[in-house]
Design a protein. Structure first.
Length: 79
Protein backbone atom coordinates (compact mmCIF):
# COMPACT_ATOMS: atom_id res chain seq x y z
CA UNK A 1 0.00 0.00 0.00
CA UNK A 2 2.88 2.37 0.70
CA UNK A 3 4.02 2.16 -2.93
CA UNK A 4 0.49 2.81 -4.14
CA UNK A 5 0.03 5.75 -1.76
CA UNK A 6 3.42 7.37 -2.46
CA UNK A 7 2.34 9.69 -5.34
CA UNK A 8 -0.50 11.18 -3.27
CA UNK A 9 -0.10 14.05 -0.83
CA UNK A 10 -1.86 12.39 2.09
CA UNK A 11 -0.98 10.33 5.12
CA UNK A 12 -1.06 6.56 4.74
CA UNK A 13 -4.02 6.12 7.16
CA UNK A 14 -6.04 8.59 5.09
CA UNK A 15 -5.10 6.76 1.89
CA UNK A 16 -6.19 3.47 3.48
CA UNK A 17 -9.60 5.00 4.27
CA UNK A 18 -10.01 5.78 0.58
CA UNK A 19 -9.02 2.22 -0.30
CA UNK A 20 -11.64 0.88 2.14
CA UNK A 21 -14.33 2.99 0.45
CA UNK A 22 -13.34 1.72 -3.01
CA UNK A 23 -13.28 -1.83 -1.69
CA UNK A 24 -16.66 -1.39 -0.01
CA UNK A 25 -18.11 -0.25 -3.33
CA UNK A 26 -16.67 -3.30 -5.07
CA UNK A 27 -14.45 -1.24 -7.37
CA UNK A 28 -11.30 -2.91 -6.06
CA UNK A 29 -10.43 -5.86 -3.86
CA UNK A 30 -7.44 -6.19 -1.58
CA UNK A 31 -5.54 -9.27 -0.61
CA UNK A 32 -3.09 -9.67 2.25
CA UNK A 33 -0.31 -12.23 2.04
CA UNK A 34 1.98 -12.04 5.04
CA UNK A 35 2.79 -8.38 5.57
CA UNK A 36 2.04 -7.37 1.99
CA UNK A 37 -1.40 -6.11 0.94
CA UNK A 38 -2.10 -5.82 -2.78
CA UNK A 39 -4.96 -4.14 -4.62
CA UNK A 40 -6.75 -5.55 -7.63
CA UNK A 41 -9.10 -3.57 -9.86
CA UNK A 42 -12.51 -5.10 -10.52
CA UNK A 43 -13.01 -4.34 -14.25
CA UNK A 44 -16.74 -5.16 -14.33
CA UNK A 45 -17.49 -2.85 -11.40
CA UNK A 46 -15.26 -0.15 -12.87
CA UNK A 47 -17.15 -0.47 -16.16
CA UNK A 48 -20.47 0.00 -14.37
CA UNK A 49 -19.11 3.05 -12.57
CA UNK A 50 -17.81 4.44 -15.86
CA UNK A 51 -21.24 4.03 -17.44
CA UNK A 52 -22.90 5.82 -14.53
CA UNK A 53 -20.37 8.66 -14.73
CA UNK A 54 -20.97 9.01 -18.49
CA UNK A 55 -24.74 9.24 -17.91
CA UNK A 56 -24.26 11.87 -15.20
CA UNK A 57 -22.01 13.84 -17.54
CA UNK A 58 -24.70 13.86 -20.25
CA UNK A 59 -27.31 15.05 -17.76
CA UNK A 60 -25.12 17.85 -16.43
CA UNK A 61 -23.96 18.94 -19.88
CA UNK A 62 -27.61 19.23 -20.97
CA UNK A 63 -28.43 21.25 -17.83
CA UNK A 64 -25.50 23.57 -18.38
CA UNK A 65 -26.44 24.01 -22.05
CA UNK A 66 -29.97 25.03 -20.99
CA UNK A 67 -28.55 27.44 -18.41
CA UNK A 68 -26.25 28.97 -21.02
CA UNK A 69 -29.16 29.38 -23.45
CA UNK A 70 -31.28 30.99 -20.73
CA UNK A 71 -28.51 33.41 -19.75
CA UNK A 72 -27.84 34.26 -23.40
CA UNK A 73 -31.55 35.03 -23.89
CA UNK A 74 -31.50 37.35 -20.87
CA UNK A 75 -28.41 39.14 -22.20
CA UNK A 76 -30.12 39.61 -25.59
CA UNK A 77 -33.27 41.09 -24.02
CA UNK A 78 -31.29 43.38 -21.69
CA UNK A 79 -29.05 44.69 -24.44
Amino acid sequence: MSDLAAPYAMALPTFLQHIKVLEGCGLIRTEKVGRVRTCHAEPEALGLAGGWIAEQRKIWEARLDRLEAHLTEEDDTDG
